[in-house]
Design a protein around this ligand. Structure first.
Ligand code: KIV
Length: 274
């Protein structure tokens, strides 16, 4: 959709209806200007709790709070007008009870204006998904490598290397599908398992480090823009923004130190009596 067309956001049923018809393009966004740049190119913008690491320099997402998610969610909704905006529920904001998950979802949706929430859902949380969906909260599931489980797993570990793990991830995806999620992120899942899951569930699968056979793909935008030297194996770089920023800062510093910035065109001079 062009930026100038009547602003109408992609809807949850439209995302669900794209399964098997068209690949679904998704990216993360955390700020209004970046959301505005990405908006017309994607169907879905995710305000992921990866913002803890990407924006705030935290080592893991477990320190991210609901207030942080809401602040960035507001910025992304303000910056976009086309993509469906989904906001992650962070660690500790939904696991204690169905009611806690509902209250957190309502805060996120009311205070940001986003259309849906995402929760990292093992099989144990499928009934939380059902509780939310039955009460009007669209939920995107997230199975496989679950970054919020980093301390349980002892690191960010891809899933699907042995039969037990494969069966577990498949069961999680089926449970989240049956619970009424409108899409499921498959993160860090063996490619053949991601393809099996995509065939087994009714809703679109969105892969990250999974398989081109998923119904859609998502990447952390800052990873694909080349903001960081080290990125996971599954990231493809489409730009070298980190280097561009460092180059710009080097040239700026040289100009300031050399006294060539600001130049004549970059200062105000008032004419006497003007
Ligand atoms: O937090 C995030 O950005 C995510 C994506 C990687 C799917 O969950």
């Amino acid at each position: 959709m062009s930026k100038h067309a009547e602003a109408r956001r992609v809807t949850v049923p439209e995302i669900r209806g794209l399964k098997g018809r068209q690949k679904i393009v998704c990216l993360t966004a955390y700020t209004a200007p970046v959301a505005a740049l990405l908006d017309e190119h994607v169907e879905l913008l995710l305000v992921g709790d990866s913002l803890g690491m990407v924006i705030h320099g935290l080592p893991t997402p477990t320190a991210v709070t609901l207030d942080m998610m809401i602040l960035h969610g507001q910025a992304v909704v303000r910056g976009s007008s086309h993509a469906l905006v989904v906001v992650d529920l962070p660690f500790g904001s939904f696991e204690a009870s169905h009611e806690q998950a509902f209250r957190s979802s309502v805060r996120v949706m009311q205070e940001t204006g986003c259309q849906a929430v995402k929760i990292e859902t093992g099989e144990a949380l499928a009934d939380t998904v059902a509780f939310l969906v039955q009460r009007g909260v669209p939920v995107m599931g997230h199975v496989g490598l679950r970054p919020q489980a980093v301390h349980i797993d002892g690191g960010f570990k891809a899933k699907g290397r042995n039969q037990d793990e494969r069966a577990r991830v498949m069961a999680e995806a089926k449970a989240v599908d049956a619970a009424g999620a409108f899409a499921i992120v498959l993160e860090g899942v063996a490619a053949d398992l991601a393809e099996e899951i995509t065939r087994a569930v009714r809703v679109p699968t969105i892969g990250i480090g999974a398989s081109p056979g998923c119904d859609g793909q998502i990447l952390v935008t800052d990873d694909m823009l080349g903001m960081f030297e080290r990125t996971p194996k599954f990231v493809r770089r489409y730009a070298d923004i980190g280097r561009s920023i460092a180059d710009a800062a080097t040239r700026y510093a040289a100009d300031v130190r050399g006294g060539t910035f600001p130049g004549d065109a970059e200062v105000y001079r008032f004419k006497p009596g003007g």
